[in-house]
Design a protein around this ligand. Sequence first.
Ligand code: 3HC
Ligand code: NAI
Length: 709
Amino acid sequence: MKRHHLLTQPVIPFVHTARSGELLVVTIDHPPVNALSEEVRRGLMAAMDQAEADSNVKGVLLLGAGRAFIAGADIREFGRPPMQPILPVVCNRIEACRKPVIAAIHGPALGGGLEVALAAHYRLAMPGAKLGLPEVQLGLLPGSGGTQRAPRVMGVEAAVNLMLSGRHMTAQEALTSQLVDRLGEGTDVLQAGLSYARELLANGAPVRRTRDLAAFKADHAHQMDVLEKIQKDVEKKSRALFSPLKVIEAVRAGLEMSFDEALANERTLFLQCIDSPQRAGLIHAFFAEREVLKVPEVKNVAPRPLASVGVVGGGTMGAGIAVSVLDAGLPVTMIERDDEALAKGRFNVEKVYNGLMAKGRMTAHAKAQLMARFSTSTHYDALAHADLVIEAVFEEMSVKKAVFAELDRVCKPNAVLATNTSYLDIHEIAASIARPQDVIGLHFFSPANIMKLLEIVVPEKASADVVATAFSLATQLKKMPVRAGVCDGFIGNRILAVYRAAADHMMEDGCSPYEIDAAMRDFGYPMGPFQVSDLAGGDIGWATRKRRASTRAPNARYVQIADRICERGWFGQKSGRGYYLYPDGARTGVPDPEVLQIIDTERIRANIKPSALPAEHIVRKYMAAMINEGANVVHQGIALRPLDVDVTFVHGYGFPRYRGGPMKYADMYGLERVLGDIQEFAKQDPLFWQPSPLLVKLVEDGKDFASLN
Ligand code: 3HC
Ligand code: NAI
């Protein structure tokens, strides 16, 4: 909505009131998304007082200025002592108003924003409105009456599903589920709101308080059964998450208690969530995901035009990247070595869509429309008009350079030339052609059409608009971009190499891979490191280890167990066995006694007397290795800030989001403790366990990683 100017005077900053006939129009104007900060809450209280005090006012129209109704409580205030008036009080005040209050919703009405609307007596939603109670995504529950008012208007099951999924409803869905009473027409929320509110007043519509709706309590036994079923499902699916179960608890209490008792109970549960480390981790992730977009090159620099994309290589990554780009609505031209490889590349792309069709998630027509934007060639000239080309050929410098020479020859000036290399030196690739300023790394993760992370690897000579174009591509592909500097493995794989080595050390020292995997799953990972290795294919890591053998420090500890397993052709799921056995193509592995024997033999060869480690120690070592290398990566400017490391691990490596990321975890665990752990482990292997200078400095200064964000 345009910021309108039928104002009399502001009651308090961020909330304006103006008369329009018999209506008091209350506009929340707190850019960018009208979050319910302390001042906004005070403003709403004052506006309600004003409406009741003025006998000429017969009703109140509540709306948001700018692009949102209200995006929710002000997330920045969580973790600080609550300031009066708290939001539940504001919602009660709105509901208690003796004159009809009508909420007119456009854009997001989320969390506390929807709770404000639910406290109003009537609701209208404009097309394009997004309504939801996404608090669980922040480790919270709706804490301003949402757990009580939503079930009253839409029924217990629908309300609980809305809260547990955190999803956004469209205006039409909200109407169907009775969350709102009316759809607004046109694009002007003020006009639509005024017209609905006037109609209500003209018809003598009464004050209608959500708290008084009691129908949802009918069939009590059935509602309890529904909650029981949902709870079982949640316990299975959102393992270890705190707030979803609290949502159910709050709703269940609402079926048993009076409205006011249930509100008080909701508040207690909300405060438990606020105090939980999961809330801190999830809110850190929320802000980190927005901060990663803020990189120096992108400020005030326009991206280059981006209307067509070329992909070189149609293997695992090339095909996945092509699908991701096609899904974003852009045309793709794929280049391969020969017709056979090209046919395979096309097959790899189609396979993804055929899979979706088989699951009923795509129609033949939709597939045809997507494939119509896909073309292939064995001639590089087909890339002459591409705005951006992503190379995803074999991981070999000579092959990459040959491809870039071709791109340099055929691509138009100002085309962005990107490589998906995992480890190779992008400076060397850039220096091999005449336009190094156009070269950048776009490191996708497998499967590229699914995984959210995109490392944008910026070589020294890359021009700022090339970086801006890469970020703009990420937005179009709905990826989470993280800026990284050039080094072996960039942010993610470089840190991975170190904590994987720590896991290998522990395996040789006495833990089975199964124990390590279990410990890391209990920490919150969906899979342990050895399960991941089996899924990705052991051969990939093996090739990397062979390549690096010549540069490895001769006195560095090197565990050979993985090599022994690979030498037998056991590459993981695809070969039926790796660290685990996958009988008959099973997707979940079972422990393999022969692997344990190999490990035993290697321990003898390495002259190691095995001793078991408790799960707590496994986690401590694994995390210390990850955090220490994370600190190095920040120290050397490979990652701009600790939060870039966090986003990388949450979106590319399965790090539990509710822990915020490894650097946030380190802050919560305590940097002094991390350093103490490293010093303890260094007694056994001082070469491997060298404390990062950044970690040492932060501990000396009494600071944490957050101070660098
Ligand atoms: N509080 C404080 N700041 C917020 C905010 C909030 N609730 N929601 C968004 N912002 C900030 C963002 O951090 C960002 O700041 P920046 O520009 O400095 O980086 C800015 O607003 C714009 O946000 P987005 O970049 O995310 O803008 P989009 O247009 O892509 O998305 C949105 C808008 C859908 C509203 C999205 O921001 C969002 O999902 N926000 C969070 C909604 C939410 O979770 N609400 C529940 C809050 S908890 C609550 O209400 C508790 C209550 O029950 C008591
Ligand atoms: P792949 O072996 O599945 O595919 C490579 C493809 O490149 C093959 O189809 C091959 O025919 C083609 N190719 C080789 N030389 C070519 C040339 N000169 N011109 C045109 N096409 C050529 O390999 P994958 O796994 O897709 O990896 C590709 C790149 O992506 C590598 O650099 C790899 O390091 C990187 N990468 C791989 C990830 C993975 O998980 N597999 C993850 C992230 C990056």
